[in-house]
Design a protein around this ligand. Sequence first.
Ligand code: ZN
Length: 293
Amino acid sequence: MDLVAIRAPAALGEQAFAHARALVAFGPRYAGRPGWSKQLDYITATLAEHGIPAERDTWTDRKELLTFSNVRATIPGSRAERVVLACHHDTKCTTGHEDPEHNFHFVGANDGASGVALLLALAPLIKARKNRATIDLVFFDGEESLDWNWNDGARALFGSKRFVKRHRDAVLLDREAKIEAVVLLDMVGRADLHIQEELYSTDLLRRITWGAACATGNRDSFYRRAEAAADDHKPFLDVGIPAVDLIDLNGNPNWHTRTDTLENMSAGSLQKVADVVLTMLPAVEHHYVIRRR
Ligand SMILES: [Zn+2]
């Protein structure tokens, strides 16, 4: 797909990196940890600085007895139909696991912080943009599996499952317009960036992603490998909402290890993904919001 490149300001990668540094300094950021609430305050305060009001949806999971919190900021567009840009803000819990190998100090620089950091850096640009769709910036909690292993997501994706359910209820009650497409960012800051072609993702959105990677000169960092990855886009796909996951999981040596640190991230990688997302947006709006009518 031929797309016209839209570039973020040159400082955006550094701005996003600075957000990631601040988030990592909070320490582990999963339910119940001090870093968890510090990060949530940081997200809402940063959005507020840019004049973007955000709402928090906080709930306690009855089975797990854990309190989670999603953050959503809605940026108006000329249409009521929504496009979601999302990430997860929780980090993998690396304490209390049976295998001692799975218990270590983990700061989740790329896995967690990079997506939050990039969305926060993009937020003022999205606000300044002439949005055709209503844009929801969403920060999910509880993406990571509470079990060390994924176990088919049985104890994972708490925030996105909750978000989709509430959205469906709100649409039924005519309280909000439908979400037409979702772009999910997960692990988007690795120095040696490689966003895989994620195979659950909706085909047209994958073609838009690849088109944006080519238009911005980033084809080397995208889609050299293909593999499915269950992530926060799955609950949307499961109810028929198109979604794409920009994820650097396949072949990522730092994933869920001690080496997922700021040293293995780069501002340049965040800049690349910012350019790709900004380039994708008009095409997403065109195909999923404008042409639908
Ligand atoms: Zn993870």
